[in-house]
Structure formats: C-alpha cells, structure tokens
Design a protein around this ligand. Structure first.
Ligand SMILES: NC(=O)c1ccc[n+]([C@@H]2O[C@H](COP(=O)([O-])OP(=O)(O)OC[C@H]3O[C@@H](n4cnc5c(N)ncnc54)[C@H](O)[C@@H]3O)[C@@H](O)[C@H]2O)c1
Length: 346
C-alpha cells in the first residue's frame, strides 16, 4: 500500500482551502493539523477537513512525528520564517508563491532550501500552472514546434477583486506583478526554454482606499535571451474586469487559450486552445479537460520528489529564477525603469 502522508496546513484562508478541498479525502493523505492565527478559522477547517489537531501556533505541532509535509499558505511576509522552522523540524514543505516579498528575503529563502536539500528534505514552490493540463498541452505544442519559434507572448491576468479586504491584505505585502507575476514569469521561461534578460514597466494605483505606496496595477515588457518578447499585465482592484489573455505567437503559428469558464459556449468541453497554423491557414480547436488548480496533483509531485521519482515540477532554481524576474519587474513598475536582470542577480 502507498505510504499515507501526514499533512499540516498553516494558513486556513482562500488558497489553504483549495489545497485541502482537493486532498483531504485521498487515500494516501491524513490531515494531521490545521493552523491559523485566527482560531475560528482553524477550528472551522478542522471540522470541515476532519483534522486531528487545530490551533493558532504551528510551533505546537512541528514536532509531531506523524506530520511528513507542511503546506505553507500564509501571507507572503511569513513564508521565510515558517520555512526555516519547518526545515529545522525536518519536514518536507509545499510553500505557496511568491517565496518572499523582497530580493534579499528571496535569496535567503533560496539558500535555506538549498541547504535543506542537502539534508534530504524536499521543498516545492506552488507554481500551480505547472501542474495544469492545459498549460502542459500548450507547452507540448510549443516544444513540438507547432508554432515555429516563439517570438511574442501576450499575457493579461487581472482580477475583479470582489473580496476586497482579502486582496488589500495581500497587496500590503506584494504588488500583483510580484504576487501573481511569478506564475507567468515561470510559464514564460518554461515555454520558451529561455530566461528573461530585460524588463521595463509602468504601474498605477487605482483604488482610492489603498495605503500610500501600494501599486495595484502593473504592465511590464520583457525580452528573453532567445530574442522573444512578452508583455504581462496584472491588476487587482474593485473596478478591473477579468477579461484575460494568454496568447503565444511564433514564426509558424499562434496559440490562444481560453479558460473553460470564459469560453461562452461548450463550457463542458473544458479549456479551449486555438492553434492557428500559417502553413494551412487553418485554426484547430483543442479542448482540454483540466482542473485550473490541481492541488492534489501538485502535492503528488512533491511526493514524487520525496520518493525520488522524476517529476515535472519546477525545481528551486526555476522557481527562484521566476521570482527574481518578478522582483525586477516590480521594481521596474515602481520606478518606471528599464532593468537588466543580470544586474539584479546579486
Ligand atoms: N497558487 C495560487 O494560485 C494562489 C492563489 C491565491 C493565493 N496564493 C498565495 O497564497 C498565500 C495566501 O493567500 P490567500 O489568498 O490564501 O490569503 P488569505 O488571506 O485568504 O489566507 C491567509 C491565511 O493565513 C493566515 N495566517 C497569516 N499568517 C499566519 C501565521 N503566521 N500562522 C498561521 N496562519 C497565518 C491568515 O489568518 C489567513 O487566514 C499568498 O502567498 C498568496 O500569494 C496562491
């Protein structure tokens, strides 16, 4: 029988719920503890997901031998201290992105993970789109040369922020260009097989009730080492629309992805990929049945790492690389600047 992995979730909020929804009922998972600084939230999660323990301080449970994996799903500015405590307790870790709020903290996070790996611990950063079947299909089409050489990527990911207090708390730590951007910087570098080397940006503060210095919209332009270019825009606000774009244009064709919920018709067919080919002038429609955030699949990638099986998951080098691009992009937005990523490496 497969080993049953004991899980502790720290952070019983929006994404913490997404993690447990997809895993608490699986045969090889046991929810040992759920923790949130808000006790009512931890108690609610314990009831909902049948956790054996709940509390407001994760230190209380770190030494429980039945916990194999800790999922860190708290605010970004807590990721590094919690990571360090979990490593000291010799736990494997699935940590929500972004790893940190600043370049210096991110570097410390990266070195802590490298040291933990030497001790046999496994750490996976939750770049969930790496585990999404539609993104994997687009990656496969690009890598198989279906659109020729990738030259342009157009990526928009705006959120109409209905739960505004939750978004305001996240904005307190990070702009959307960093918080959400890490996903798309990672996707871009993964699809292109080439790193981002230059970035420029502009930003805006849209909602009137934000603290000084908080930028809740950013637009960046990136150049990759391959010569390809990309734009990415991200805004979280009460007046944004979620009409998002994911389009990848090459020398021989184009891929455009529409998520299931946004396709208007035939939603039961899943996400829609339109593949236009210059050679035939035809557009092929590829439907993919894909869970948008396949949390259990992501956890299984960590289990594969723990059990020394090959995995499609991003390693810490790739995760850190996307983080550094997103940090540079955030700086470019704040300073209306043009930044060479290599100058930002140290
Ligand atoms: N992978 C994704 O697609 C995705 C989507 C949304 C959010 N996230 C990330 O997940 C993290 C959390 O975001 P969210 O939207 O779930 O926020 P949220 O506000 O809904 O939940 C965060 C929870 O963590 C708790 N918390 C904070 N500090 C804590 C601590 N020290 N100990 C215990 N609990 C603590 C808070 O009380 C809150 O309940 C962020 O890093 C965010 O960027 C990832």
């Amino acid at each position: 029988m497969d080993k049953v992995y004991g899980i502790m979730l720290i952070g019983c909020g929006h994404i913490g719920g997404d993690h447990l929804d997809d895993m608490y009922w699986r045969e090889n998972i046991r929810v040992v503890a759920v923790v949130d600084t808000d006790e009512a939230q931890a108690r609610l999660f314990a009831r909902k997901y049948n956790a054996e323990h709940f509390g407001t301080d994760y230190h209380e449970f770190l030494d429980l031998p039945e916990i194999d994996i800790v999922i860190i799903a708290t605010y970004v500015n807590t990721h590094l201290p919690i990571l360090k405590d979990c490593i000291a307790a010799k736990k494997h870790i699935l940590c929500e992105k972004p790893i940190a709020t600043s370049k210096a903290e991110g570097k410390e996070f990266y070195h802590a993970v490298k040291a933990a790996e030497k001790d046999g611990l496994k750490v996976l950063i939750a770049y969930i789109l790496r585990h999404n079947d539609t993104y994997n299909k687009m990656r496969e089409l690009i890598w198989n040369g279906e659109i020729g050489e990738l030259r342009v990527a157009r990526m928009t990911q705006n959120h109409h922020a209905l739960n505004w207090p939750r978004y305001k708390r996240l904005l307190h730590d990070c702009s959307p260009i960093l918080d959400c951007g890490v996903h798309y910087m990672d996707i871009l570098q993964w699809f292109a097989g080439s790193p981002v080397v230059e970035v420029m940006g502009q930003g805006a503060t849209v909602d009137g009730d934000l603290e000084d210095g908080i930028v809740n919209y950013g637009l960046i332009i990136m150049r990759l080492k391959s010569g390809a270019m990309a734009y990415y825009e991200a805004g979280w606000g009460q007046t944004f629309s979620s009409a998002n774009v994911k389009e990848f244009i090459g020398t021989k064709g184009r891929i455009r992805m529409t998520m299931n919920a946004n396709r208007g018709t035939d939603t039961e067919m899943g996400d829609r990929i339109e593949l236009f080919k210059l050679e035939t002038g035809q557009t092929e429609i590829i439907n993919v049945q894909s869970k948008y955030k396949p949390m259990y699949k992501q956890l299984c990638a960590l289990i594969d790492m723990i059990e020394d099986r090959p995995t499609h998951a991003p390693d810490i080098e790739q995760a850190y690389s996307a983080f550094k691009v997103a940090v540079a992009a955030d700086k470019a937005v704040r300073e209306s600047a043009f930044i060479y990523i290599e100058d930002e490496q140290n």
